[in-house]
Design a protein around this ligand. Sequence first.
Ligand code: AHR
Length: 306
Amino acid sequence: TTAATAQGLPPLEQKDQYTVGFAQTESNNPWRIAQTKSFQDTAASCNWNLVYTDAAGSAAKQVADVDSMIAQGVDAIFLPPREEQPLLPAVLRAKGAGIPVFLVDRSVDPNVAKAGVDYVTFMGSDFIEQGRRAAEWLIANSDGTEVIVELEGTTGSSPANDRKKGFDDAVAGQSGMTIVASQSGDFARDKGRQVMETLLQSHPDVTVVYAHNDEMAIGAIQALEAAGRKPGEDVTLVSIDGTRDALQAIIDGKLGVSVESAPFFGPVACDTMKAYAAGEDVPTWVKVEDRVFTKDNAADHIGEAY
Ligand code: AHR
């Protein structure tokens, strides 16, 4: 019995090959595609038989996908819960069925389910810190007076909740900076563009757009340009992820900063699962360290970007 299984977590047998479930949320942006590729590449190097599902942007489908993995009796499940609440029961059902769950990149409601008790661990970034770092860059690159529009990620998802908190709390200390609107663009480029188009009508005096991911920032750039505005000149954009298109937008002078949120979870997933099977103590948070991309280093990193 290890510290973890003593807490009631299902054990994982040590063996050469595992059947591993990866229940993706959607595949409509480069970040998700890079994450999936990382799991697929790792399936080969870590000797996994990978059961891959794509919930196509539906939390209900993702619940059904996890239930189907439970029914198939996979050895372990890697899950980025699309939203914090709806996936909770599925996480608990997997535990009840004796299948260890590893949350990747997104979390479930921490007030209800606990790492090390209900699921093995959360592997991912500090989303609050990402939001705070985006705000810190803005504060350092502003004359102090800003009219801010915020494009939020998927409603009810941990990155949307936490990136909002980190940024809003930091900006609240700046008397000249006001967030005049904050609306969800569902982490999607086209939705970000549409929401920005609408918000530009009600807030034509906007000077800053904070987007919870790069895809929405690119959509906002499109909306601003269509309205005759000059992103990077009369409107400052800040966002999160570090995609290739975002690094290009930084090089082009349209995007100010992209705080990295690394999607390459496969290798750490392999190591964490092996450590768990070996009975080692796995931390409740396997933290991913992120960089910050600006005009000072975007060109150095675009070659490795996705
Ligand atoms: O959970 C991480 C977020 O999900 C990424 O920032 C976003 O691009 C993705 O959809």
